[in-house]
Design a protein around this ligand. Structure first.
Ligand code: BJW
Ligand code: ZN
Length: 246
């Protein structure tokens, strides 16, 4: 892949970079995306699965969906895209990952500074008393319940729910203080997460998109690379290392 000098210069002068990621970065690890050609929501309705009322109406069905995805995630590994982002930590003063994914793959790849906007599939909590249950849950008597009698749910953010305040604030601060803001593998249609792209842009950050196709926010990007994240991101690391060595 060839990158123009303006882009490489911009990158080599940057100190603080942010990677805002979505389901697309984990697609090459075998984890299905939500929207698009092979997206989960071509087959399943988000409103029947990814909201609190659906869970209270039919917790068994929602848990079956999450346990199915948990298994896919456990069987998957970080891919070249996740590793390239972790490698960037050696090349910049500050690298922050702000992810909408719940799959832990950035952490497993070695990224250190991560904000998780939509929760984490490894954690669970009681809907009534908010006690956390982080180990394996027991489904032998049906949907697991807390000692208080409340249902236990996955610690993920469903439609109509607020994002964890500390994670969103951390993401927003990183966005507005970034020199370069990468938008990787997200359709950027879900808010308030997608609003971070606008915040970064307004604050003067240089916006770089990596996606297999155009998205809602392509028009506001300073640079767009259309290709798989697992191919484009390692190429950027390589080009940058070459430039630094020269
Ligand atoms: C590749 C690739 C490869 C593929 N390489 N690329 C109007 C304005 C503002 C807000 C709203 C509004 N109308 C409604 C709302 C609210 C709603 C919302 O945004 N809805 C829109 C969809 C219309 N938002 C909310 O409800 C949020 N909360 C909120 O607003 O709180 C305030 C409030 C409180 C109380 C009452 C009312 C308001 C919460 C949103 C929670 C989203 N949750 C989910 C599920 C998380 C748990 C789980 O995983 O099960 O989060 S939904 C789902 O979408 C998931 C994702 O994180 C999120 C974003 O999806 P993502 O990551 O972008 O994936 P895809 O599939 O969409 O895209 C993949 C991309 O990858 C594509 O572009 C591909 O091309 C690309 N790709 N392979 C590179 N190899
Ligand atoms: Zn409880």
């Amino acid at each position: 892949m060839n990158f123009d000098e303006t882009f490489l210069n911009k990158l080599s002068k940057a100190k603080k970079i942010v990677f805002f990621t979505g389901a697309g970065i984990s697609a090459e690890s075998g984890i299905p995306t939500f929207r698009g050609k092979d997206g989960i929501w071509n087959k399943l309705k988000p409103e029947e699965l990814a909201n609190f009322n659906a869970f209270m109406r039919n917790p068994k069905m929602v848990w079956e969906w999450y346990n199915h995805r948990k298994k896919i995630i456990h069987d998957s590994k970080p891919n070249a895209g996740h590793f390239a982002i972790a490698d960037m930590q050696d090349l910049f003063d500050e690298v922050t990952v702000v992810t909408q994914n719940i799959d832990n793959l950035h952490r497993r790849a070695g990224s250190k500074n991560i904000f998780e906007l939509h929760g984490n599939i490894e954690r669970n909590y009681c809907v009534r008393c908010k006690t956390f249950y982080n180990g394996e849950l027991d489904f032998s008597d049906g949907v697991p319940k807390c000692n208080c009698g409340g249902l236990i749910r996955p610690d993920v953010v469903w439609f109509g729910e607020y994002l964890p305040e500390d994670q969103f604030e951390g993401g927003e601060n990183s966005a507005v203080n970034s020199d370069i803001f990468f938008v990787v593998g997200t359709s950027a249609v879900v808010y308030p997460a997608a609003g971070l792209v606008h915040s970064a842009k307004r604050a003067g950050s240089y916006i770089v998109e990596v996606n297999i196709e155009e998205t809602e926010i392509s028009v506001m990007c300073d640079k767009s690379f259309y290709g798989e994240a697992g191919k484009v991101l390692p190429e950027i690391v390589k080009a940058l290392k070459n430039k630094i060595i020269k």
